[in-house]
Write a protein that binds this ligand. Structure first.
Ligand code: DC
Length: 376
């Protein structure tokens, strides 16, 4: 196609999509010589498949749009671009092979779900949950029920063999995070503090004045929440909250929001996403019993409530905070109760976890105990 400005023969296509009626392709081109851009409309012999939206609007099938939906569902999943391209190709071929040249948008959604289900079940559930909001809720519920009936945990369907997880669970103040950090360092893998994730959600609810019992408000807050770890720094919606989430007030709020199913579903999904991509030491309350039931090694660290209160007291005191031992002990006992008695994934030792009572051990002794167990 010649450049209309300088008549140069070489122009490259930078974007290409069918027009709404499907009879033309609109192409944005750039001239290799003068670099100016222009648009062409080229007739297509056969109209591309038309998609009928739920509101009755018609739109020509758009490959790029289909691909971007799948890419989003597969974000941070172990699915390659090549696999996504082949999915798109298969769906496009299926659509072109249909007798009708007009199809309902729901059918395309189902084709995507069908593909994703065999490629990556977490991506499938992600895609389906968006599809659910806009399309066929019953269909989605049926599919998820089928998956649950098979007791197939989505994340394991696509786990990589060279990636492993070490789960360290236990009550607050048992030394989990210190030990987990040390073990991760010794093994050269990442440490993920899941408590910091619940704390971040608790902190956000606190500063926004959201009542954890207000389901709707919590759900919409969660929809716009992003938590990330950057070299040990906890980023909440792009802001470093590492020190802000360590107060007594946030501890209490974290324990409250941790009993909500919307919170747990979101955070557990994030934790699995992180731990599927790279080897991790992950500490929390339900890592060995729920997040990674098949973790390579599982540990359950305990210590008496008095010892844990003393450790927390010393830690806060060292930071210059004005603290009271009895209040800390009371707080620890209250949190223990809430964490062990909540309905969803309560704190408990996994049957196959190794229990280590750290009451009279120092950090190095505990870390060595774990390293020795893993070496056995
Ligand atoms: O470990 P921590 O004190 O930072 O955890 C904060 C709260 O989050 C704690 O009350 C329990 C909850 N939590 C949880 O329910 N599940 C996890 N995997 C980690 C923490």
């Amino acid at each position: 196609m010649k450049c209309p400005y300088c008549d140069h023969e070489d122009t490259k296509v930078i974007d290409s999509r069918p027009t709404e009626d499907g009879y033309e392709i609109r192409r944005r081109r750039e001239c290799e010589n003068c670099r100016r851009r222009f648009t062409t409309y080229e007739k297509v012999e056969e109209p591309v498949v038309m998609i009928i939206k739920r509101d009755g609007r018609r739109e020509a099938f758009d490959r790029a749009k289909l691909k971007s939906g799948i890419v989003r569902a597969c974000e941070k999943r172990p699915v390659s671009m090549d696999a996504i391209d082949s999915m798109v190709e298969r769906i496009e071929r299926k659509l072109n092979n249909l007798m009708e040249k007009e199809v309902k948008s729901g059918l395309v959604g189902e084709m995507v779900m069908e593909e994703l289900k065999t490629i990556d079940q977490v991506a499938y559930i992600r895609f389906a949950s968006v599809y659910l909001r806009f399309n066929d809720a019953d269909n989605f519920a049926r599919e998820v029920a089928k998956l649950q009936a098979r007791d197939e945990r989505p994340d394991e369907a696509c786990s990589r063999e060279d990636v492993y997880q070490i789960a360290i669970d236990g009550p607050g103040g048992a030394g989990k995070s210190t030990i987990a950090k040390l073990v991760a360092k010794k093994l050269g893998i990442d440490y993920i503090d899941t408590g910091a994730m619940y704390r971040s959600v608790g902190y956000k609810a606190m500063i926004y004045g959201i009542d954890p019992s207000d389901d709707q408000a919590m759900k919409s807050m969660l929809d716009g929440t992003d938590i990330d770890f950057d070299n040990g720094v906890v980023m909440l919606d792009g802001v470093d909250v590492s020190s802000k989430i360590r107060t007594q007030e946030v501890s209490a709020m974290a324990s409250k929001v941790a009993s909500l199913s919307a919170v747990r579903t979101k955070l557990v999904d994030m934790q699995r996403n992180i731990g599927m991509k790279k080897s991790v030491v992950m500490d929390g309350r339900d890592i060995g019993t729920n997040v990674f039931k098949d973790a390579k090694y599982k540990f359950f660290l305990t210590a008496s409530p008095e010892e844990r209160a003393k450790r927390r007291f010393d830690e806060l005191k060292a930071k210059g905070e004005d603290v009271n031992y009895d209040e800390i002990l009371e707080d620890i006992e209250e949190r223990d109760y809430r964490d062990t008695h909540r309905e969803l994934n309560p704190l408990r030792k996994a049957e196959d976890a190794v229990e280590v009572d750290t009451t009279s051990m120092n950090i190095e002794q505990v870390a060595n105990t774990l390293m020795n167990k893993m070496g056995e």
